[in-house]
Design a protein around this ligand. Structure first.
Ligand SMILES: [Zn+2]
Length: 143
């Protein structure tokens, strides 16, 4: 079997023309445009930092509000629920940033660029933020 250089159909060895698209098999003068496959995406000049930013917002909220202020208010015997309500809003911001990051990657891929390397950060932010929100809702805000 041989392969059609234009449509990549399998053809009998003695073919002169492709039976599917009509391309001449012996004519190699036409340079085919390169395939746009995953491996041939352009290097992305735009470093998408939104994914990492979303993770920083999440970790910062966890340390400053949930552990820091929340723990402090609790230790002082004050009402600490509002702290977790504020942190809830910040986790939603982190999730929004992570979704934005995934959207930016998706859009750049459509434009032929390699996506940024931050999908892991974005995915982790979404997963952990939802987990912490559920824990806070269950144990603090609705308790
Ligand atoms: Zn063909």
């Amino acid at each position: 079997m041989i392969e059609c250089p234009r449509c990549h159909s399998d053809l009998p060895d003695d073919s002169d023309f492709c039976m599917y698209c009509g391309k001449s098999i012996t004519d190699t003068s036409i340079v085919e445009s390169p395939d746009v496959e995953g491996s041939q995406l352009k290097e992305n000049p735009n470093k998408n930092g939104v994914g990492i930013l979303s993770t920083l917002v999440m970790v910062g909220t966890l340390l400053v509000f949930d552990f820091g202020l929340g723990g402090l208010m609790q230790a002082m015997g004050r009402d600490y629920r509002w702290v977790f309500v504020v942190s809830l809003v910040l986790y939603l911001v982190a999730i929004a940033l992570a979704l934005l990051s995934l959207y930016i990657d998706h859009r750049e891929k459509l434009q032929g660029y390699k996506p940024g390397q931050n999908q892991g950060f974005a995915a982790a932010t979404i997963a952990f933020s939802i987990l912490i929100i559920l824990l806070n809702l269950n144990q603090v805000i609705l308790a």
